[in-house]
Ligand binder design. Structure first.
Ligand code: UT7
Length: 333
């Protein structure tokens, strides 16, 4: 029986720190409001315009490759999760293949927003368990800052999001360890509750030229924050229990829960619902804001750097976001 495990993790965030006090100067907001509602103190926004989503993903991938001890030539497949690709097409996976200067392996882009990293992990898990591949590079990378409305109109969305990238190598193992299960869900009827509507094939170049923004969606994300929040707390709990039930485990058995870093209040609510202690839940949204597909691998790498996981521990990953999509993974470290 072949199992799949995370054999290496890496991350990259741009140097440029944007504190809440910096946002106070751009839009009608306050450090107090942002901290009370989200827990965020600062985030990274790219300043160096030579940085791209694929390049940040490359830096994170290089660290993950080094961490896993494999050579880059041993990577069999690339999975790249992002909602902020370099180009509308081609996807960012092929750009990562080019940046890494590796052989012509397959590269797949995943479009599942905040759940993108776990979706990617799930695909990698299945390819490895089937015996098709031995080492898969899974990347989540986002540059949100270029697409955010930084005027007062955009404050309810723009204060939340940050830029960053995270990566993991998923490798085959014959030992009784690694990914126990993954669980994926979607509910497209709420697609427009958190979305970037323009530009797209429903809003193509001729419309863009004439656009007076009468529908108010602009060219930056729109979010029905309250509605997303209410759905998030329900789905997070559901999908974590789904993963635990699959392995006949209880919340108590979780050594570490890394929730997608959407809002500290969401993480705290889930922690309370599951009856977990502070040391069982890892959060770093305070430093990076919501980095969508990158948030889980960034948090995982920081948790590892802080020795929060030891061999045999049960790690739970869970995410909810635009789509709506939500997902979980349970891993025996
Ligand atoms: O990762 C993908 C999934 N995303 C999420 O899970 C996000 C889920 N939603 C949230 O995290 C929260 O809904 C937000 C943080 C986005 C907003 O927090 P909230 O507690 O739901 O606030 P609200 O939208 O109910 O707004 C409360 C007030 C409003 O003013 P009034 O109507 O009470 O006068 C807003 O206009 O706060 C106002 N407001 C702001 N004030 C200062 C909204 N944004 C800001 C802001 N600064 N940035």
């Amino acid at each position: 029986m072949i199992n799949s495990k995370i054999s290496g993790v890496g991350y990259f965030v741009p140097d440029n720190v944007i504190k809440n006090s910096d946002l106070e100067k751009m839009m009608n907001t306050s450090d107090q409001w942002i901290q009370e509602r989200t827990g965020i103190q600062e985030r990274r926004w790219v300043k160096d315009k030579t940085l791209s989503t694929s390049l940040m993903g490359t830096y994170a991938a290089q660290e993950a490759i080094l961490d896993s001890g494999i050579s880059k030539e041993e990577i069999d497949f690339i999975i790249f999760s992002t909602l902020s690709p370099d180009y509308y097409f081609p996807g960012s996976g092929v750009l990562l293949q080019r940046n890494l200067n590796i052989k012509e392996i397959g590269a797949l882009d995943v479009r599942n927003q905040c759940s993108g990293f776990i979706y990617g992990l799930s695909i990698a898990d299945q390819y490895i368990k089937s015996g098709m591949y031995k080492n898969i590079l899974v990347v989540g990378s986002e540059i949100h800052s270029g697409g955010l409305d930084k005027t007062p109109r955009g404050r309810s969305v723009s204060v939340i999001f940050g830029d960053g990238a995270g990566a993991a190598i998923v490798s085959a193992t014959k030992k009784n360890e690694g990914i126990l299960s993954t669980h994926l869900h979607s509910e497209g009827k709420f697609a427009e509750e958190l979305a970037l509507i323009k530009p797209a094939t429903t809003f193509w170049i001729d419309k863009i030229i004439e656009d007076n923004n009468e529908d108010g969606t602009g060219y930056s994300p729109v979010m029905n924050g309250n509605f997303v929040f209410k759905n998030a707390v329900i789905r997070f709990e559901e999908v974590i229990y789904e993963a635990l039930d699959f392995s006949n485990l209880k919340p108590d058995d979780i050594s570490l829960l890394i929730p997608h870093q959407a809002n500290l209040r969401i993480s705290q609510y889930i922690q309370k619902r599951l009856g977990l202690t502070d040391s069982q839940v890892y959060n770093n949204i305070m430093k990076y804001g919501n980095t969508t597909a990158a948030s889980i691998p960034i948090a995982l790498k920081e948790a590892l750097n802080e020795n929060k996981l030891k061999k045999g521990d049960i790690l739970c990953l869970a995410a909810f976001g635009s789509g709506f999509t939500w997902a979980s993974a349970l891993i025996k470290w």
